[in-house]
Design a protein around this ligand. Sequence first.
Ligand code: PLP
Length: 433
Amino acid sequence: MIWYPFTLQYEPELPLKIVRAEKEFLYDEAGNSYIDAISSWWVSIHGHNHPKIIQAMKDQLDRLDHVLLAGFTHEPAESLAKELLTITDGLFQRVLYSDNGSTAVEIMIKLAYQYFQNQGESDRNIFLKWNASYHGDTIGTMSVGGNSIFNRVFSSLLFPTQEFASPNCSLCPVGKKPDSCKTECVDAIETYFEKNPKRVAGIVIEPLILGSGGMIFYKEEVLQRLERISKEYGALLLVDEVFTGFGRTGFFFAFQRAKIKPDLIAMAKGLSAGAAPIAVTLASRKIHSAFVRPEAEKAFYHGHTMTGNPVACAAALASIKLMFEENCLEQVLRLEARMKEGLEIIQKEFADRIRDVRVMGAVGVLELEVGAESGYTYPGNKILKKKFIEKGVVLRPLGNVIYITPPYGISEDSLKKIFRVIRETLAEIYSGK
Ligand SMILES: Cc1ncc(COP(=O)(O)O)c(C=O)c1O
């Protein structure tokens, strides 16, 4: 029996058995189809089973299934590293491979910490984070995630960090309006730096969108100010592009949209478009140079067994190629306009029941007004999920936040169905059906 992730073990719901997938569709044993409106946890950016990605993986399997990456190298890992360094504007110098978003972020944290240790600045060991942030499920990444139902029970195991109120342009933590604010939400962080000028190792950020924390959007100026502050005080900027990378915000990477220069970035999810588990951490020249030392204890000792798997690298290379061949950034802009239109119609229909509608790139959000019940444990969540799936659409709201993160090339018919299913479901719930 499987212990399914994020699933209550007390009276667990029966999972849906999927036997095949194509484009935005998943198919169950009985042949029913479901629109995957969340790209299976935000990975399938080109839809499922894209023939070019599958072919690239098959071709690679015929040549080399796997080889360890310490003391050995191979063409797919080398080509992918080169490609990643190119599409990130030459800001980075080295690519470290791993298998999932959590490990990619974990590597960022360890590199940032050891960067200062290697240079004798051992007091620089504090990481700053936002209270709605999420960076993964390992002990290290839970430590830099906001205090939430996901990590609270482990609080005594987590390393100490400094938490700040997240920026949130829909519900500003300091009561400002996005068009007139001066990023006052960052003031507390700047004050912390003024009081502790040499203690901070780095700021760990989900750029522009706090995903699992409720699809919270904030403006680019926040990142620009954080970049300025971190540079002024010699701290590092650790940018987690696990969700936002590979076109999700309408740019290849969110850091490019915000015009900032991170010291480290983490990528996963869209990297292989969901075809294989692979993740990377990119380090700037500054970071790498602190590890170019003769002493054995100054090396970076981190490497997962399947690191840089050739088949996964081949999938990622094929996916990046598709980003250009299929003009994915243009697809995302079209999708953005279409989601705005579709979600605003729903907002008008259920005006007083909707707290907020927001769209950025290929992320569309409809936040329900549920008063004090809002948040991840919103009790209506289970009913929403059930009704969506019964109507043939995979949507997994985060508490009272319904979001759509479809494959970039999703068809107009599927989009129409998603909007219709949301409308019908809300109508049923609010009429008590
Ligand atoms: C921003 C961000 N970072 C890290 C992770 C963790 O990635 P994984 O689930 O692949 O470990 C996630 C997963 O949702 C994420 O959204």
